[in-house]
Ligand binder design. Structure first.
Ligand SMILES: NC(=O)c1ccc[n+]([C@@H]2O[C@H](COP(=O)([O-])OP(=O)(O)OC[C@H]3O[C@@H](n4cnc5c(N)ncnc54)[C@H](O)[C@@H]3O)[C@@H](O)[C@H]2O)c1
Length: 327
């Protein structure tokens, strides 16, 4: 028997708190070397790509694969979303597909939870001001994650190259978090300066975040550049950071954020302080000094998808949500 869950059904059962538990748990298992996660596999089409992301998480008793396609022209040509994702969970005991579910909403939330896990372990606990660059799906998820782990945030500055996007973002987020001030600002510099936490979540091909804008003690959450063709952080951010933390070293060095500084001879893999899982598992310290500048580079991991999907399955079974498919 396989449970099938649509995006609406996933949304019915999953919130940021549960996603954070799943994602932080996944990082811990990774830090304890308890997971199996081979590199992603890519298929390249004329109009897009297909990415297969498998992971086995023995601690949860589950294995799974996310299959995500990215077709940038979809909306214009077919009226379809650019990103379409499904997650299949299998029983490690007998291989039975336990669930097939929408993976698009899970991708949005688990990425917010990944950024938030970095913020929990690396940012100052007394952080009050955050700056967000990119007022899209990830801008929203990152703020939802941020507010779970740093409820003391009083002000969020938001910058987007599209003025209406940052305005709509500020109005929407204010409804979700009425006690927080959401301020659209005119540049990435304004978003970064005086912020305790800086979040970049854009698909920008050009680096735009400068090291000189970061105040002492600031934490940078670099989410948007997940391929070699995208870059948000200038090399000066990498140079200014006291601690560079990534989700997965081989993937981090593919993205523009780390590939370019490596090509420039500024960093190598040895300059990475830790993978986040190592810190979550307690094998290395997160933030140690109030003044240090920390960077977390997220590229996205299959364990985030499989761990969150496993949580969705648990919640859906409890609440009787979804449709059972005969095998
Ligand atoms: N690291 C991960 O695990 C992960 C997971 C999901 C998505 N992503 C990546 O995050 C990025 C954002 O995804 P999304 O779903 O939020 O996209 P989106 O299209 O919903 O939003 C992106 C926003 O960024 C704005 N933007 C573009 N360039 C900018 C710039 N230079 N400065 C400020 N704003 C700018 C756009 O106007 C848009 O409003 C993408 O590159 C996506 O691939 C990463």
């Amino acid at each position: 028997m396989t449970l099938y869950l649509t995006q609406d059904e996933v949304k019915q059962v999953l919130d940021m708190k549960s996603t954070l538990e799943a994602v932080e748990g996944g990082f811990r298992e990774m830090g304890d070397d308890k997971i199996e996660m081979p590199p992603r596999v890519y298929l390249h089409f004329d109009k897009g790509v297909l990415i297969a992301m498998p992971a086995y998480m023995p601690g949860l008793g589950v294995a799974g694969t996310k299959i995500v396609t990215v077709h940038p022209g979809n909306k214009k040509e077919y009226g379809l979303p650019a990103v379409i994702a499904r997650i299949i969970l299998n029983s490690p005991d007998n291989g039975v597909p336990l669930a097939i579910m929408d993976g698009t909403y899970i991708t949005a939330l688990r990425t917010g939870a990944a950024g938030a896990t970095g913020i929990k372990y690396l940012s100052r606990e007394d952080s009050k001001v955050a700056g967000v660059c990119g007022a899209g799906v990830q801008g929203r998820s990152q703020v939802m994650g941020l507010m779970e782990v740093r409820p003391g945030i009083k002000k969020v500055k938001v910058y987007d190259i599209i003025p209406e996007a940052k305005k709509a973002f500020a109005e929407e987020m204010k409804k979700l978090f009425p006690k927080v001030e959401f301020v659209p600002v005119g540049s990435a510099r304004e978003a970064a300066e005086e912020s305790d936490i800086v979040i970049t979540c854009t698909p920008s091909p050009e680096a735009f975040m400068e090291g000189a804008w970061l105040k002492k003690g600031c934490h940078v959450s670099a989410i948007g550049a997940d391929t070699g063709a995208k870059r948000e952080l200038m090399t000066s951010v990498i140079e200014k950071a006291d601690k560079l933390v990534v989700d997965f070293i081989p993937q981090a060095f593919v993205t523009g954020d780390f590939r370019v500084p490596k090509e420039e001879g500024v960093i190598t893999e040895d300059d990475i302080y830790a993978q986040l899982g190592t810190i979550v598992a307690g094998k290395k310290k997160g933030r140690e000094k109030p003044d240090e500048i920390t960077v977390f580079k997220a590229t996205g991991l299959a364990i985030q998808d499989v761990g969150t999907a496993s949580k969705v399955l648990e919640l859906a079974e409890k609440k009787g949500v979804g449709k059972t498919l005969a095998s």
